[in-house]
Design a protein around this ligand. Structure first.
Ligand SMILES: *Cc1c(COP(=O)(O)O)cnc(C)c1O
Length: 396
């Protein structure tokens, strides 16, 4: 037996364990574009699990903008930004993002996972502290781990625990303190209590960082996000082009100029990874134009979310409360969540079961998500599939 053989046998055992616990994730292949209706295995299915909140993922205006940018600026950059990978459109998108988000400057990353991985380490040292919400996205957790700052964690959205942790960080002599939170918690669809968080941050002389991936483009006035909705200013905002803003890829940090200047000098995922391709940048500019003016799409999205929630509740499903277009249907058991997703699939509705490790054990769910382009007919079709599948599995 070689070492490699022993290692591969060990991995096979780990994989068997994942299967045995009912935690195995299967990827279904979509034949064609992302949208409300997708083709899977030659079959048309209603899709209720994309982060395609404004329905822009297959928007002809974005496809045209991407094609124009490729024609004028080429396909790839073959460079990181600081060597020879910065085009005029990269800077235009950064300025446009900053303006939209009410920040002084912005810096692009390949993804928000990279933006969150990049943002803590250059800004904070071992004398400093990060106070982080317990349900923050994995990329924030990883980003904090990569920094030398001291770590404090508070219970999800719990202002009294946040205050206790802020006091602790202060008592333990931290120089700078940064509170880090998701604007919207992606597994629950709940919003961070930003007005209260900002007030506490101010009282304890702390900075506020908000990751607004599940909000930018559709939450708050003109879709400017959760801080705008709460009427507060975040000191540092991170977000993605991979959800409401077209759904391709790309992340960013928006903040005051010195923050962005230092990230451009020191952020490792910026210095050691390729520049975004022109097609994505050009379409990103077009997506911001569309999103800023999209009152009609935001109204349709809110109306769909309300109709969908009310319909599921009437059927007797257990939901998490809220008004965000993320509507989690709580099932508890991972195997049940998988069976429910399969039963819905048989009825032409594409959803995914979420279970450990993306949510805590025993809190498995189907996370449904609304988009602005779903019609009343689509939602009625989905409600009847949920009713059928839910009764078959004894969930309702
Ligand atoms: C999706 C998401 C990310 C990652 O964004 P990408 O651009 O896909 O890397 C980061 N944070 C939160 C809260 C998210 O929901």
């Amino acid at each position: 037996m070689t070492e490699n053989r022993i290692f591969l046998d060990h991995l096979a055992g780990v994989l068997d364990g994942i299967r045995h616990e009912g935690l195995w994730k299967v990827e279904r292949e979509i034949e064609g574009a992302q949208g409300s209706w997708i083709a899977v295995g030659g079959r048309r299915m209603l899709n209720l699990c994309a982060n395609n909140y404004l329905g822009l993922a297959d928007d002809p205006r974005l496809i045209a903008a991407a094609e124009r940018a490729m024609a004028s600026h080429g396909y790839g950059m073959a460079s990181v930004r600081f060597i020879c990978g910065t085009q005029d459109i990269h800077r235009a998108l950064e300025r446009r993002l900053a303006e939209y988000l009410g920040q002084e400057e912005a810096i692009l990353f390949a993804a928000c996972f990279d933006a969150n991985g990049a943002v803590f380490e250059p800004l904070l040292g071992p004398e400093d502290a990060v106070v982080s919400d317990s349900l923050n996205h994995a990329s924030i957790i990883d980003g904090i781990r990569l920094s030398k700052a001291r770590r404090y964690r508070y219970a999800n959205g719990d202002l009294s625990d946040l205050e206790a942790q802020l006091r602790k960080a202060r008592d333990e002599g931290a120089r700078f303190v940064l509170v880090a939170t998701d604007g919207v918690f992606s597994m629950d669809g709940s919003l961070a209590p930003l007005a209260g968080i900002r007030a506490l941050a101010d009282r304890y002389g702390a900075l506020l960082m908000v990751d607004d991936c599940h909000a930018t483009g559709f939450v708050g006035p003109q879709g400017r996000g959760t801080p705008a909705r709460a009427g507060v200013q975040a000191d540092i905002l991170t977000g993605t082009l991979g959800k409401a803003l077209g759904g391709a890829l790309g992340g960013y940090v928006a903040a005051s100029r010195p923050v962005i200047d230092l990230l451009r000098q020191r952020a490792r995922p910026y210095l050691f990874s390729n520049a975004l391709p022109p097609a994505v940048v050009g379409a990103g500019l077009a997506a911001l134009e569309i999103a800023e003016a999209a009152e009609d799409l935001r109204a349709a999205l809110a109306e769909n979310a309300g109709y969908w929630r009310a319909g599921l509740e009437r059927l007797g499903f257990r939901l998490l409360p809220g008004e965000h277009p993320i509507v989690p249907v709580m099932l508890g058991d991972a195997v049940l969540a998988q069976r429910m997703a399969a039963a819905l699939g048989e009825r032409g509705v594409h959803v995914a079961g979420f279970f450990f490790p993306v949510v805590p054990r025993g809190q498995a769910r189907i996370r449904t998500q609304m988009n602005a382009r779903l019609t009343r007919e689509d939602l009625d079709f989905a409600l009847s599939a949920f009713a059928d599948a839910g009764r078959e599995l004894g969930v309702i």
